[in-house]
Design a protein around this ligand. Sequence first.
Ligand SMILES: [Mg+2]
Length: 467
Amino acid sequence: MTPKIHRSSRAAGALVGSAVGDALGAPFEFGSPGQFTAHFPVPARGSKTEMCGGGSLGWEPGEFTDDTQMALMLAGSLVDRGGLEEADVFDRFRDWASANPPDIGNQTRAVLGSGRPWDVAATEHFARSGHAAGNGSLMRTTPAAIKFAPAGTAATMDAARRISALTHGDPSAGEGCAIFHELLRVALDGGDPLGAIPSALSLVADEHRERWATVLAPNWTPEQATESNGAVWPTLGQAVWALRTGRDFAEVLRLVIDLGGDTDTVACVAGGLAGAVYGMGGIPSRWASAVHGRVPGRGGRVWRLADLQQLAAALDSGVQQSYDPGVIPRIGPAEVLPGIWAGNLDGARYSDEDFAVISLCRLGEPFPHPVHRMAYIADNEYNADLDVMLADVLDDMKALRDEGHRILVHCHGGASRTGLVLRGYLVREEGMSVEAATAHVAARWPHLGLWNDSFTAALAGLADKND
Ligand SMILES: [Mg+2]
């Protein structure tokens, strides 16, 4: 656990993490176990990453599926209405279902296509079919878990049940969503969601408690599942098992996708939890940078990383902000180290598109460069996960250099964060001391800024590893 991570980073991590899991798992949906590791035995940090696309539905690399599409509709309703209005959420879901999305769960399609009103459609379907405990309401509930977390345990679990009931008449699914909401609430507060399982279970309806307690027990393993992971119990059970077993965000996702079956949804659920635990900086930037998609029936907008982060902030704090950095005088790009160039925001934005761009600040409008990694480092002392982020960026740079790419590192001003990464590269790849790396960069990049002491400390940590 990393308690110093800021809440806003955990909220963004939850929403982005769920979309990343969805997109990362989609190509492996309904596959056999072990496929992810068979395809990617080691981290793929070059221009082709684990965000490989494909699968039976032909997803683009990084494209999210119905899990995130539904989550975005739910999030949009919660933000626009300032809270939960079930009829509005249901209307948005129905518009989407009638726009022929590329994938949609059987039960969700049946309920949304029934033509019945929001408050009876799912109950009637459950009364007819009798089996309805799919994972389709759990997969989309992360935005609501972010939104209702500050209202406390009872309120967030209640919201979870009501939203689940819009499409899933079986209360088993609602109880699973309620548990998820409570675990995410604890994680956003900087607590340990695994430690919160017993208290969450005590708030589950009596007749459902035992079945949930079974799949969430510390000694439960995915082989013990009694249903496929299209059902809600093993979906949450596997996600929690992976969170318990994995040592970081990437490992949690690898573990769940390697289980096979409904990989996009289980990874989406696990990614929401793991993103809240490890924060935005714990999500590999090669995955977060690639995630994108549209919501059929809700306009042609393409959702990308920055949009998801903005939405998470609106859910978490009620603040709706769009970011426009304006036009700034261009600096760079200039080659500072062999094959590694530097610039400021607009120097990078208008650079040749064959640069592999490493962005360290917020961007406003997206860049056109096909190879583009976004790792948001704040130029202050509040990067609790700076070591993790810096290692992730430097590992990607090494892999992209090894592929022969020209790399362009930039931040807003091209001074402090850019300087951190350039110096870090020399410390890591050339074995230089921090002083030597700083002098080397300063002699070649007059814009270098050295005012951030936490950056200097992070570099000292890198240098220690050289010894
Ligand atoms: Mg899906």
